[in-house]
Design a protein around this ligand. Structure first.
Ligand code: GZL
Length: 309
């Protein structure tokens, strides 16, 4: 009735759709692809206008995208920072433009945490600890064997790479027979994971007992290298990785991967809810941690049909 009195139709006052500018790391892994699908689908479901930019894993492209979102005066800026550092300047520009910033998936190291409203993502140190714990329990079954570990790290300077290394080392320190003899980045991709594993095998060969990969894509690439070297992944070399993507479940069912620590990419719905709450001026927690599990090969076949990414 009020609208009618004003002579305007209600639709003239319907809230205009929320506009979110999202800067994505890239398309480097199965995890990332699933994360992008989750965000785009959730935006569609929520009637949110999503401006989506793929940075091809380059920080300067993310900075450019954030600046363009500021120029377009979006309601919320959200992004998954490819690396932890180097964000203060552009986030201060977003703050000056009074555009709230939401971090998803990866964290940033900034002097002033008021530069972002909240960080929605996994606890990567805990994921590293879970990978280490699985290996500790397995090593306890062969009390006198030394276990030489090679490590495929994620993208240099990224929160998951730094934290998964930290958590894993913290836990395996309990058993001096567990030693990381080589550690190098495979940049979260299958291709690089295979390439670096080939180098590890050339240098260390049969001395390698365990591979710890910071994501399933690098593990899957490394599994190809292990097979091409005439060794059996999953038995000659125990393979531990993180993410829990379908490819990892297929490798476990084939007996080539021993365990994957889940890291959920399905952050889209939470992001849309948080963005709405932020724009509505509701208080939101500074940190929202995803709940996730650990999937050893023994449960892979049973669990596979339930997997959503
Ligand atoms: C983790 C995410 C990582 C995945 C990789 O939340 O940032 O980046 O573990 C992806 O697969 O490339």
């Amino acid at each position: 009735a009020a609208f009618a009195a004003l002579g305007a139709s209600p639709s003239a006052f319907a809230a205009k759709p929320l506009v979110i500018g999202f800067s994505q790391v890239g398309a480097e892994s199965e995890w990332r692809t699933a994360n992008t699908v989750s965000i785009k689908d959730a935006a569609k479901q929520a009637g949110v206008t999503l401006k989506f930019a793929d940075a091809q894993q380059k920080q300067e492209n993310q900075v450019k995208a954030i600046r363009s979102f500021i120029a377009q005066k979006v309601d919320v800026i959200a992004f998954s920072p490819v690396v932890e550092s180097g964000w203060d300047t552009v986030l201060r520009e977003a703050k000056a433009a009074k555009i709230p910033v939401v971090l998803t998936d990866r964290a940033v190291n900034v002097s002033d945490t008021s530069l972002y409203v909240t960080f929605i993502g996994s606890d990567f140190v805990e994921e590293g600890r879970r990978a280490g714990k699985w290996l500790l329990e397995r090593a306890a079954k062969t009390p006198d064997a030394n276990l030489n570990i090679v490590e495929l790290q994620g993208t240099v300077g990224s929160a998951p790479a730094i934290d998964r290394k930290k958590g894993f080392e913290e836990v395996i320190a309990a058993n001096p027979r567990l030693k990381v003899i080589r550690s190098q980045t495979g940049d979260f991709t299958r291709a690089k994971g295979k390439e670096v594993m080939e180098a590890f095998l050339k240098a260390e060969g049969k001395k390698i007992n365990v591979l710890y990969a910071h994501n399933d894509d690098m593990a899957i690439g490394a599994i190809q290298a292990i097979e091409e070297a005439g060794l059996k992944p999953g038995t000659d070399i125990v393979v531990i990785s993180i993410d829990g993507v379908k490819g990892a479940f297929e490798a476990m069912i084939a007996g080539k991967l021993n365990v994957t620590v889940e890291c959920s990419p399905l952050l889209g719905p939470q992001l849309m809810q948080i963005a709405r709450d932020v724009v509505a001026g509701k208080p939101v927690p500074k940190r929202i941690t995803t709940v996730e599990g650990v999937f050893p090969a023994e449960v892979a076949a049973k669990e596979f049909p339930n997997r959503k990414y």
